[in-house]
Ligand binder design. Structure first.
Ligand code: SF4
Length: 817
């Protein structure tokens, strides 16, 4: 073997000198190879004696080649060499043995050559959506948007240079083309996959149904793409068939099951969203796909399985469209051991586009939170074992018949009773804590009061753990031949959930050791149709939430991916991105990898948007404030002739204002609706259709609502959207900032509110010809120092700060003249 093909002259000189310095003994080196397979330089890892050298495993894990010398000149590998070489090859790492003068080499394992990506030409990519390019030829209403072209080129650069891009792109930039075209070009050129992750199902549908097919026409190439949902969204044909075989046990729900079975025969996707009706959670949870209940290749329905079909499609796809939640499920499984080279929930990938990236922190926080309540536990326990009127039922009974450990199942009655008793005690002690509050955090300040609750949690942990162990033992007694039985697969899923609840419950008493998590309890009221006669209308939820997801994001996403593009209309607070970048872990990735850019909306806000704040409003902490809102709203609504979305931060305030406004606007031709009157989607449809209607709304309407045209001509923001200080996770995060000497108000409360505020005002102008008014009734925006952050985050437009009566005149003439 010719050593010059493997080691550069300088690497050989370094090796020779290091061996000489070590008295001719063995020296262990690591080296990185270039794309042509040459090691340009080496690093000394350890030194040994004349016949052995310790392997420096820390360096060995992060390198492409391991090298050491044999002073004897016999370069054949010893047994120890072969063992180390085998481990190295699993990581794609090469293993070389050389002589002391670095003139001869024996290659035990060839290294894997680094993959060299082919760059995409940014100018050529930009031409697709420029004047005279393919888009201009196929679109009747084409108008070149320079910001869109620039954004596209910057995204190409992010792919080419392995960057983490943070790009704020205003409404109307047309950002989906700007990322889909580079993603498709990259994927097709390099035969790699690009994941497009979004926050909402609406955007996923728009991408799949409209934008990607349009991009295929623009670039003139076929793109393989797939919309992938979490497996629970797909029907499992095996479970459906098993459930259908015991149809008579589905009291009152048999019809629903029959309809699902009929639909499954002709559905092309098997996805719940394609059903013409919404199945109850109870029925769907019995027939959906579950990872533990999936028999994989052994399943008799494998060839027709919807989950397998979508997985196959994803394996061959260029673009995979997912929501943030599914992406985090994949990241979690990779961080827990699946690694980044093989399929986990998704096929392997190295590039991600996060659209609606302002929602990453919330999506990750919600995904990595764990919570439990009595309904979740009772449901699982009842599925495994029920005892009524001297008869027993449930999967455990079926398992016991197949199990060599059948007698163990005899303890189920006693164990499930213990669980019920312990659950009752947990609820009683939690409600004692929550007499005057709806939420309470477990921390130094409350730990003493939590004593009886934690004792009850300990009892529940033991009872649930014992029941889970019992199921495990009975399952272990089932022979391989009987492991295809439905009860076995169902029990696997239930056991996984029970185990995760046991871990969560075990963590509660260890709250002070788990400083990276927030432990909290919450009291909730059951919906009226679920309250049984004499039953308790309230229940308690126990939750563990990560305090900070930045390290998870850095370890699981930014460190692992070649490129990540994060885009949204609202990433900046004030004049920079530092808040969003800190919260999501981008700042941990290192300055040299990050590129930032702002791509402003092309809409004429200066001409089409009026921003008004009444200067005669009381401040929100004044007791007259609610009264003022209820006086101001009818006048503002009249001025805009309806067409108004009123955004609240509190449902109580909304309900009171709605009552008063409806009462004093009798005779107004438009409907005055409020969130909660109907499904959010139906309310939105009605609001869009009925021009003069008004909608009073809270949280979910601050973002993602798209109402172009005249139906929405006025957005009223009742109060600046600061998070209420009784949200336990928010308070814990604020405390963590204060502890390290920061200001939680300026580092958390204000920037979070600014992002939400920007989302709220972003509802108004959705098309270039939309015109309207944003009214903020909270004059802190002009009178407090932090108000300038909100003002600076707004698009350039006409702003007025004057008495309400002047504002109502202005609104009328602005909208109708
Ligand atoms: S392969 Fe798995 S998900 Fe598909 S039908 Fe069979 S058990 Fe269900």
């Amino acid at each position: 073997m010719e050593i010059s093909k493997y080691l550069s002259d300088s690497a050989r000189q370094t090796i020779k000198a290091a061996v000489k310095e070590a008295g001719g003994n063995e020296v262990f080196f690591t080296g990185d190879i270039t794309s042509n397979g040459l090691v340009e330089s080496v690093k000394i890892g350890s030194r040994g004696n004349s016949h052995t050298v310790p392997v420096n495993f820390h360096d060995a894990r992060n390198t492409s080649v391991l090298i050491h010398n044999h002073p004897s000149g016999n370069l054949l590998p010893s047994e120890a060499d072969l063992n180390v070489a085998a481990g190295a090859s699993e990581n794609g790492c090469g293993f070389y043995i050389i002589n002391n003068s670095a003139t001869e080499i024996y290659v035990v394992v060839e290294p894997v050559l680094p993959h060299v990506a082919k760059k995409v030409n940014e100018d050529e990519a930009g031409e697709y959506i420029s004047e005279g390019g393919p888009l201009s030829k196929i679109s009747d209403s084409f108008e070149e948007r320079p910001v869109q072209v620039e954004l596209l080129k910057q995204i190409v650069n992010a792919f080419n240079d392995d960057k983490i891009a943070v790009f704020e792109a205003g409404t109307g930039v047309g950002k989906s083309y700007s990322y889909l075209i580079p993603s498709a070009l990259w994927a097709l050129t390099n035969r790699e996959k690009v994941i497009i992750s979004t926050g909402t199902i609406n955007l996923q549908q728009q991408l799949c149904e409209k934008d990607v097919p349009a991009v295929e026409k623009i670039i003139g190439k076929k793109i393989k793409y797939v919309l992938m949902k979490g497996r629970q969204n797909y029907v499992c044909l095996r479970r459906l068939n098993d459930a259908a075989s015991i149809l008579d046990l589905f009291e009152g729900e048999g019809d629903e099951l029959k309809k699902i079975a009929e639909w499954a025969q002709s559905s092309p996707t098997g996805s719940r969203s394609d059903l013409s009706f919404m199945p109850t959670e109870n029925i769907w949870s019995k027939v959906n796909s579950e990872s533990d209940a999936c028999m994989g290749m052994r399943c008799p329905y494998h060839n027709d399985c919807f989950v397998m079909k979508v997985r196959k499609e994803a394996a061959g796809a260029n673009l995979i469209i997912v929501n943030h939640h599914l992406l985090f499920a994949d990241i979690e499984s990779r961080l827990s051991g699946a690694g980044y080279d093989d399929a986990a929930v998704l096929p392997p990938y190295r590039h991600i586009i996060f659209d609606e990236a302002h929602g990453i922190e919330n999506a990750a926080t919600s995904f990595f939170s764990e919570s439990v309540n009595r309904f979740k536990i009772n449901k699982l326990v009842n599925q495994m074992y029920r005892h009524r009127k001297n008869s027993e039922a449930g999967h455990l009974c079926s398992l016991a018949i197949l199990s060599a450990n059948e007698e163990k199942a005899g303890d189920a009655f006693e164990f499930t009773n213990k669980i019920k008793l312990a659950l009752t005690n947990v609820e009683i002690t939690a409600k004692d804590l929550l007499t005057n509050d709806y939420t309470m955090r477990l921390y130094e300040g409350t730990a003493r009061n939590f004593g009886p609750f934690l004792v009850a949690v300990g009892e529940l942990t033991r009872a649930l753990g014992a029941f889970a162990d019992l199921i495990r033992i009975v399952m272990e007694g089932v022979s391989d031949d009987d492991k295809d039985a439905p009860c076995y697969w169902e029990s696997k899923t239930i056991l996984r959930h029970l185990d995760s609840y046991v871990i969560l419950l075990k963590n509660f008493p260890m709250w002070d050791e788990k400083k990276d998590d927030v432990f909290w309890i919450q009291k909730k009221r059951l919906p009226p149709d679920m309250i049984r006669d004499g039953g308790d209308p309230e229940y308690v939820i126990l939750t563990q939430t990560p305090l900070d997801i930045s390290h998870l994001m850095n370890d699981g996403v930014f460190e692992q991916m070649s490129s990540v593009v994060c885009t949204s209309a609202t990433l900046k607070t004030g004049r920079d991105y530092s808040y969003w970048m800190r919260r999501t872990g981008v700042t941990l990735a290192g300055e040299d990898r990050i590129i930032k850019g702002e791509f402003p909306s092309p809409f004429p806000y200066n001409k089409n948007m009026l921003f008004a704040v009444p200067n005669d409003a009381p401040l929100p902490d004044n007791i007259q404030y609610q009264q003022y809102i209820e006086m101001a709203l009818p006048r503002l609504i009249q001025a805009a002739a309806g067409r108004t979305l009123v955004l609240f931060t509190s449902y109580e305030s909304l309900k009171s204002a709605h009552r008063t406004v409806v009462a004093c606007m009798r005779g107004f031709p438009g409907r005055i609706m409020k969130q909660g009157d109907d499904d959010n989607s139906k309310l939105l449809e009605a609001f869009k259709k009925e021009n003069e209607s008004v909608l009073f709304a809270t949280d979910s309407f601050w973002q993602g609502v798209d109402i172009p045209g005249e139906s929405l001509s006025q957005v009223i923001i009742v109060k600046l959207p600061f998070t209420v200080p009784n949200d336990p996770v928010f308070v814990a995060r604020a405390e963590a900032i204060e502890k390290r000497g920061g200001s939680s108000f300026m580092e958390l409360s204000v920037p979070e509110a600014v992002i939400k505020f920007r989302q709220g005002i972003g509802r108004l102008i959705r098309r270039s010809d939309d015109k309207g008014v944003v009214v903020v009734l909270d004059r802190r925006i002009y009178e407090k120092r932090y108000g300038s952050w909100f003002i600076a985050s707004m698009p350039e437009c006409k702003k007025v700060y004057e008495p309400l009566s002047d504002i109502t005149d202005r609104i009328n003439s602005f909208i109708f003249n």
